[in-house]
Design a protein around this ligand. Structure first.
Ligand SMILES: [Mg+2]
Length: 123
């Protein structure tokens, strides 16, 4: 079981990811609607997540900028991006900046569990 933070500006997407990860035995310890909220939350969290799922397109602070901040401040925290179709260059930029992998929307629950499971211990 891993401690996971879900970051996405879509409430429905946060709900889907949280449900899927929880069903797979992980614990979603925090969610946030944009990169800034995620960074603010990380600062105050006593126990940091093992892994963060990070949407690319978000208002205020997008996933790419958030990723760069997270990599710099919390290098032990793993990051998997959540992208939409047509975001290949953003995905490549994220992988270069230290994201471990990406999930492209729309995804199947099994894909989420498999991709996350590559980087954390399954329950
Ligand atoms: Mg979005």
């Amino acid at each position: 079981m891993a401690k996971i933070m879900v970051v996405d500006d879509s409430k429905i997407m946060r709900k889907i990811l949280t449900g899927t990860l929880t069903d797979a035995g992980h614990e979603v310890i925090k969610d946030a609607a944009n990169g800034k909220d995620a960074l603010d939350a990380l600062e105050t969290m006593e126990i940091k997540p093992d892994l963060i799922t990070l949407d690319i397109t978000m208002p205020v602070m997008d996933g790419i900028e958030a990723l760069k901040n997270i990599r710099e401040k919390y290098p032990d925290v793993k990051v998997v991006m959540v992208s939409a179709a047509g975001q290949k260059s953003k995905v490549l930029e994220a992988l270069k900046a230290g994201a471990l992998d990406f999930l492209q929307k729309p995804f199947e629950k099994e894909d989420v569990v498999a991709v996350i499971g590559k980087f954390v211990n399954n329950a």
